[in-house]
Design a protein around this ligand. Sequence first.
Ligand code: NAG
Ligand code: NAG
Ligand code: NAG
Ligand code: NAG
Ligand code: NAG
Ligand code: NAG
Ligand code: NAG
Ligand code: NAG
Ligand code: NAG
Ligand code: NAG
Ligand code: NAG
Ligand code: NAG
Length: 839
Amino acid sequence: MEKFHGHEIFVQLLRLLLLLLLSLQCLSSDYTPPSKYFINCGSSSTISDTTRTFVGDVSSDSFTLSPKQEAVEDSSPSPATSQLYRTARLFRSPSSYEFEIDPIGIYLVRLHFFPFSSSTDLFTALFDVSVSGLPLLLHNFTVQNTSNLPLIKEFLLTINISKFIVKFKPSQGSSFAFVNAIEVFNAPDSFIPDSALLVTPAGSNNSSYKGISSRVLQKVHRINVGGSDIEPNSDTLWRKWVPDDPYLFNKSAARNRSVSTETSYQQILSEYKDSTRYIAPPLVYMSAKEMNKNDSDPLQFFNISWGFDVSKNARHLLRVHFCDFISLSMSDNPWLNLYIYSFFSEKIDNIPLGAPFFLDFVVVSDDSGFLNVSIGPQILSPVNNSFLNGLEIMEIMEELRWVSMENESKKKNTPLLVGLVVGGLALFCIVIVVLLMRSKCRKEKPAEASHWLPVTVDGGLSSHSRVYEATIHGSPVPHLNLGLKIPFAEIQSATKNFSSKLMVGKGGFGKVYQGTLRNGMKVAVKRSQPGHGQGLPEFQTEIFVLSKIRHRHLVSLIGYCDERNEMILVYEFMQNGTLRNHLYDSDLPCLSWKQRLEICIGAARGLHYLHTGSEGGIIHRDVKSTNILLDENFVAKVADFGLSRAGLLHQTHVSTAVKGTIGYLDPEYFRTQKLTEKSDVYSFGVVLLEVLCARPAINPLLPREQVNLAEWVMVRQKEGLLEHVIDPLLVGKVNLNSLRKFGETAEKCLQEDGADRPTMGDVVWDLEYAFQLQQTAVQREPLDDSTNDASSTFPLPNVQRYPSYSLSIDVTHVPTRRNDGSETTESEVFSQLRIDDGR
Ligand SMILES: *[C@@H]1O[C@H](CO)[C@@H](O)[C@H](O)[C@H]1NC(C)=O
Ligand SMILES: *[C@@H]1O[C@H](CO)[C@@H](O)[C@H](O)[C@H]1NC(C)=O
Ligand SMILES: *[C@@H]1O[C@H](CO)[C@@H](O)[C@H](O)[C@H]1NC(C)=O
Ligand SMILES: *[C@@H]1O[C@H](CO)[C@@H](O)[C@H](O)[C@H]1NC(C)=O
Ligand SMILES: *[C@@H]1O[C@H](CO)[C@@H](O)[C@H](O)[C@H]1NC(C)=O
Ligand SMILES: *[C@@H]1O[C@H](CO)[C@@H](O)[C@H](O)[C@H]1NC(C)=O
Ligand SMILES: *[C@@H]1O[C@H](CO)[C@@H](O)[C@H](O)[C@H]1NC(C)=O
Ligand SMILES: *[C@@H]1O[C@H](CO)[C@@H](O)[C@H](O)[C@H]1NC(C)=O
Ligand SMILES: *[C@@H]1O[C@H](CO)[C@@H](O)[C@H](O)[C@H]1NC(C)=O
Ligand SMILES: *[C@@H]1O[C@H](CO)[C@@H](O)[C@H](O)[C@H]1NC(C)=O
Ligand SMILES: *[C@@H]1O[C@H](CO)[C@@H](O)[C@H](O)[C@H]1NC(C)=O
Ligand SMILES: *[C@@H]1O[C@H](CO)[C@@H](O)[C@H](O)[C@H]1NC(C)=O
């Protein structure tokens, strides 16, 4: 027996050993942390610790410093100061270190600055640091006001040439530069991805940001969530990780968790990226923050949020690290939501137990100076918990920091970074880009100018970076965002000189054309009637509002043109036209209930953002189904901001003229002329009924009591006959609970008293709930939905009928029932029916 046991153990051990060898082989495959370059500047001595050796820069055969510059030494070093920080190299004229690079690939570059006391006051240094190729890593850099010393600047970049130069250049004649230590070493392959999902403060449209590896990344934060400091010597790539506590938004929402068993790196074959010990060391995955909840109360449900200080309006690579060492089995491990700012969430479920993994995003920061990240359980999570192990933020350095280094780029062996090819002309263009982007980024008042000539910029720049050269002209829209200005000639070319073949719509404002800009982007061009006296305020409002906001569910303004008394707005092209088009009076295929819900949720999100987003307090004032457009994927976007009003939420605004569209108009606003965001909620309620019933808000051809949709449906609801009014095409295809929730939501929106109506945020929530009810129903009981009499059991709450109001309607503007298909309804795009005076 004993022998047998011994044998078994031996076999098991062998197996384990084999596994271990295999896993080691596949994880550390061909990467071993390199031994160079680690440089001890201003010294001839070599400093070693257990993991690496810094060599003095006085003499070395593998790198060169030219021209040689003076060295300084700490005159009275504290015993605690590392040897590395007791000497520095001082540069009173431009000087470079040159490194032999082998292999080419992704490199980590670290610069150490420790201003000790010496004959020269190092605190007064002011200088630039650049590397071969073009990026300026540090500009007008000083250590003056830094509190945590030594200061270590870390960059990640792809080096593609055999000679890599790091150049120090004093900013002014009398100034100087210094550095205590330099690291330049090769990182593992695919240490950073080339593309990642692009997230903006307004959310994401699933597009990815490409070309990360051709950019320079600068480390901003590296956080060991739930744990303590990890010193460079304990990290596989000599990084420093710090605890997350100072960044926690609400300290009592989270608590530390840790394990003592070492993380086992493994291939997990999931949708997430497997981590390796070089991506992050075990210590990162051995600690986490989790929800600080009362363990005897499983219903607690809240987020843990962090806010990290970052550059405003800049792109960042955000990497989040997870390892679930908390759960005991896959059946009780949490399903997470990861939120970036308020409008982006990523579902993280199917989390493998005990296996470390990570996710990357490219996040555009807003202008608050913070990048906010939250985690929380999903609504249907088997357990209400959430956790996070680590987080890194690296800023993607932009072109505007790139400068030409005249004498360094000798034509023949011009050093290149991957993906960056700059010819003489492009260089000139970039200089212009730099100037313009700079003025845009700093929100300086742009020069008074219009009439821009296009300059084509090769590569890397998005359509938003299109640049136009200026000549002087008077402009009727002097204070608007000039970055969005498009020359009339470009618009003429995009629309084939306003060819009637490209006309897709016609409305009160003017005509709408489909067009293609020279960069290939499809756009909708809205041109006001030449000589049409009205509309300038609307034109300006629209540019003003749309140039300030970007949201997945708001139609983006690409640009505008105000040359030659034209008022032209250029929008992203919405392939599928208006929501109304897909509901009635057209031949288009019927939208499913799920599609309708998704569209309503999208539009509600857009409005919610208008009301509460970063530029919050904007009231749309003309919410209707023709102002909700659908892109090629049927993603809803709210359009037409011509009537919107900004900044009114906290003061009761009494407007001089009631504006809006008959049938959608909030009766309270009509009565009192007091405008609040709840007027949009009312109009949105009418849109919900339109979606439910597939008929116009006003249809004068119907019997009198049916003319006004909102009035009629609410009456039917009171009578318990709502099933008689829903779109016949939906009957039998809608889950009853979902329908009930939807009906309740519309009803709440249509409350007589604005104060009783929900906010758009509540509406989003309710609609999402209705969506979930439909989803779960479809999954669980596919047959139930095909019963035809289902809608007759639809329960109907008792509602007060609000007093009806009547308006005198200019009959020529009233939409009439049409049977001739999409062409006529297309022409409703952007059409407006307005009551210019309420009385
Ligand atoms: C850099 O600093 C110098 C001297 O303080 C100043 O003249 C120059 O404008 C600065 N440049 C920038 C871009 O801040
Ligand atoms: C450093 O701080 C001082 C005082 O707070 C300020 O006047 C100075 O401009 C700061 N210098 C830099 C480079 O930020
Ligand atoms: C997605 O958003 C990006 C940046 O905001 C934009 O460039 C791109 O055109 C958008 N794509 C779609 C399909 O909307
Ligand atoms: C974005 O991607 C997710 C997952 O692939 C998908 O469910 C969603 O519909 C996509 N949204 C858009 C607008 O493409
Ligand atoms: C978590 O651990 C870190 C490092 O030990 C400590 O600084 C921090 O106070 C702890 N936070 C909480 C909420 O206990
Ligand atoms: C912080 O979180 C705790 C626990 O969730 C909660 O009770 C408390 O209200 C929160 N405080 C703030 C200011 O949000
Ligand atoms: C935790 O929840 C239980 C049950 O809800 C309650 O009795 C107890 O007081 C709570 N404990 C704390 C510390 O709040
Ligand atoms: C999580 O909390 C939510 C909200 O309190 C509750 O509805 C849900 O049942 C909870 N889930 C579990 C598994 O306890
Ligand atoms: C983002 O985080 C910062 C810092 O914690 C906080 O002041 C700010 O309110 C947060 N913003 C949001 C929208 O949560
Ligand atoms: C968590 O944060 C997100 C984003 O800010 C928010 O949408 C969500 O409602 C929050 N969840 C809870 C339970 O507070
Ligand atoms: C550029 O190089 C030339 C000769 O190689 C030299 O005369 C000139 O001074 C340099 N210019 C600068 C700005 O360094
Ligand atoms: C740099 O990399 C690109 C693509 O990776 C390659 O095409 C190019 O030849 C490389 N340049 C040099 C100088 O090695």
